[in-house]
Design a protein around this ligand. Structure first.
Ligand SMILES: CCCC/N=C1\SC[C@@H]2[C@H](O)[C@H](O)[C@@H](O)CN12
Length: 654
């Protein structure tokens, strides 16, 4: 659906003068004016002050709210990626519906009077699963991602021939709001330095989008050499602690004339499980922005609103060892994960107001928050009890273990099973050689939890068993590498495990469809756990609960739990890892919850150990900066009334 002429609603949003003067599609233009080192929009000098938000990290029902807050903050543009793997789940199968409706998001941005800087990749980094590349590319294990490898280019061409025609009508000169489009992403940091690949992408974008749209690249200062390309406008990215003068001087070697552009000015930073929560100070961020605006630079703030890595969508990094990105992508951004304005937002708005008009009128208030609980969850059953339901197609058999990609399991979990061929009387070393666990393995013998093997760790477990004992290994994919030169991050058991002196063979692989089971198991008569003692290891817990009043945004807190996955009313909220931190709560948007006494259901898959009291609670504030030891202290220090402040099932909203 091509953008219409300004609707009456849009006319209400735009100042009357602008609506009347809005040029028709044939006179609209966004170009680089190299004579005056600036952009021109419809012939007039223009500088964008933009912010990043990712539609794929924000449920569709919340898009308008976030975009309105960004417009009110003084931004005149937004920047976002298009994750290939979010829209092409299987080769040739496309999904642009619901929270994947890219065109609807473009339209929401237009209604908020925001121009768009689009970054369709094909690689996007973004701490997103595999940097946005679909994991099914790895079904050809030798494929050379982000290069002119014919197999990779064939898949890229096929994808862009679907995507780019969809956005063509939304290009600014065609009447839409997309003023520029990025080719690839920080390619100079990848190391391949394959100019044939970049030229192929540039040619494809030109062929499908025409000659008028401004195409650009973005790189850190160290990546400009391999990341820039003649014919594509060169931009950089850097944060408040970097030397702006030095980096812009380097940029001038690539773009002697035209506007200076920082395409990713970091307002905060990402978090890894097990590392401290990242923040960037308000003073440093605002000072850096003001210095760039004084130079006349156009700036995009990364992130302006971070959102959440729901489900299994988080990416990962390799900083000496494998580090998985947390579920929260709050990023210490000006708009918090729950959509609330922060002091950083108001400070940045003040800076922007010194350089251009900012909308008047009040900012929407923070959303209503809710506390609830504690709720005591009941044991549903051990994961193995549901194996037939979790893998209805049955196991795949192979002498050696197969990867997730080889059995076409993209994300989540897979169970590997074999049988002991001889009795092991003494605790015997068990491990996976060559760092072959990708990424976490929960080991069971005849259903009894033995412990965890982790990627990058040289731990061994010590097992015993008898002939015919079942050896089960639940492997968790913690998110594929989203940055760095080796994004071919295969998942599963990459090597056959060793027990004592024996290489274990004859494996069965069970790709698990947990989300389907959780969504529909209210239809099933579930097996009750028949034993007095709670099972250990991967176990489902659940609780059905009403909320008597209205609902509010809330933050699920799981004190004493270890690590697992959470679903609210069948929606996969994401991963928790209370034991590691720094994230201790999961954001629950209020639209997921049923109000006024209707029954809600929370389901946990706890992978390791359950607390003595299997309770959870809903808080009215997030806890994103607490490692386990500190957090345990915090919990102990919480006064009793704090924890019992809210009567169970009662809404004590703020
Ligand atoms: C030294 C940083 C190199 C990696 N680049 C990063 S880390 C955070 C951001 C996002 O991933 C973004 O998608 C990248 O383009 C740039 N960047």
């Amino acid at each position: 659906m091509a953008p219409k002429k300004p609707s009456c609603l849009r006319s209400l949003l735009l100042p009357l003068s602008l609506t009347l003067l809005l040029p028709q599609a044939d006179t609209r233009s966004f170009i680089v004016d190299r004579d005056h080192d600036r952009f021109l929009l419809d012939g007039a000098p223009f500088r964008y002050v933009s912010g990043s938000l990712h539609y794929f990290r924000v449920p569709r029902v919340l898009w308008a709210d976030r975009l309105l807050k960004m417009r009110w903050s003084g931004l005149n543009a937004i920047q976002f990626y298009v994750p290939w793997n979010y829209h092409e789940p299987q080769p040739g199968v496309y999904n642009f519906n619901g929270s994947r409706d890219l065109i609807a998001f473009l339209n929401e941005a237009a209604l908020a009077n925001l121009l768009v800087i689009l970054r369709p990749g094909p690689y996007i980094c973004a701490e997103w699963e595999m940097g946005g590349l679909p994991s099914w590319l790895l079904r050809k294990p030798e494929i050379r991602l982000r290069t002119s490898d014919p197999d990779f280019l064939a898949a890229v061409d096929s994808w862009f021939k679907v995507l780019l025609p969809k956005i063509y009508p939304w290009l600014y000169h065609n009447g839409g709001n997309i003023i520029s489009i990025q080719v690839e992403n920080e390619y100079g940091s990848y190391g391949a330095c394959d100019f044939s690949y970049m030229r192929h992408l540039a040619g494809l974008f030109r062929a499908l989008l025409g000659e008028k749209i401004l195409l650009f690249t973005t790189d850190g200062p160290e990546g400009l050499k391999c990341g820039s390309l003649q014919g594509l406008y060169t931009t950089v990215d850097f944060g408040p602690a970097d030397n702006m003068t030095k980096i812009f001087t380097l940029l001038r070697k690539y773009e002697p004339h035209g506007p200076l552009v920082n395409s990713e000015y970091y307002t905060g930073w990402l978090d890894y499980w097990g590392q401290n929560h990242s923040t960037r100070s308000v003073s440093a961020v605002t000072k850096g922005l003001e210095n760039m605006l004084k130079l006349g630079a156009s700036v995009n703030m990364y992130m302006f609103h971070g959102g959440t890595n729901f489900g299994y969508w988080n990416g990962a990094d390799k900083k000496g060892r494998f580090l998985s990105i947390t579920t929260s992508y709050d990023y210490d951004a000006p708009i918090s994960e729950a959509g609330d304005p922060t002091t950083k937002l108001f400070a940045l708005r003040d800076v922007i107001s010194k350089f251009q008009e900012v909308p008047l009128g009040p900012l929407p208030p923070p959303s209503p928050k809710m506390m609830l609980g504690p709720l005591t969850l009941h044991l549903v059953g051990h994961l193995l009890a549901f194996l037939d339901l979790l893998c209805p197609s049955g196991p795949i058999r192979s002498i050696l273990p197969m990867t997730f990609e080889a059995v076409k399991q993209d994300r989540g979990f897979m169970l590997y099973r074999t049988y002991m061929t001889h009795t092991i009387f003494e605790p015997t070393p068990f491990w996976v050689p060559n760092n072959g666990v990708h990424d976490r393995a929960y080991v069971m013998v005849d259903g009894v939890f033995q412990g965890v093997l982790e990627r990058n760790m040289r731990d061994k477990l010590f097992l015993m068993g008898k002939v015919g004992s079942k050896l089960d290994i639940l492997v968790e994919n913690m998110g594929r590498l989203s940055f760095g030169s080796n994004s071919s991050d295969f998942k599963g058991l990459l090597e056959p495990p060793i027990l004592g002196q024996t290489i274990l063979t004859q494996w069965m692989m069970f790709p698990l469809k947990i989300d389907n089971l959780v969504k529909w198991w209210f239809l099933l008569q579930l097996p009750k756990w028949p034993y007095p003692q709670a099972p250990s290891g991967p176990t489902f817990y659940s609780k059905t609960f009403p909320i008597l009043g209205s609902v509010g945004d809330t933050f699920l807190h799981l004190p004493g739990w270890t690590k697992g996955q959470v679903w609210i009313n069948g929606f996969n909220l994401g991963r928790y890892w209370t034991k590691q931190g720094p994230q201790q709560t999961l954001y629950v948007p209020r639209f997921l919850l049923f109000p006024r006494g209707a029954l809600n259901k929370i389901t946990l898959l706890e992978l390791e150990n359950v607390p003595l009291q299997p309770q959870v609670q809903f808080l009215d504030k997030p806890i994103l900066n607490s490692t386990s030891t500190l957090h345990r202290t915090r919990i102990n220090s919480l006064s009793a009334d704090t924890l019992s402040a809210s009567e169970p099932m009662e809404l004590s909203g703020h």
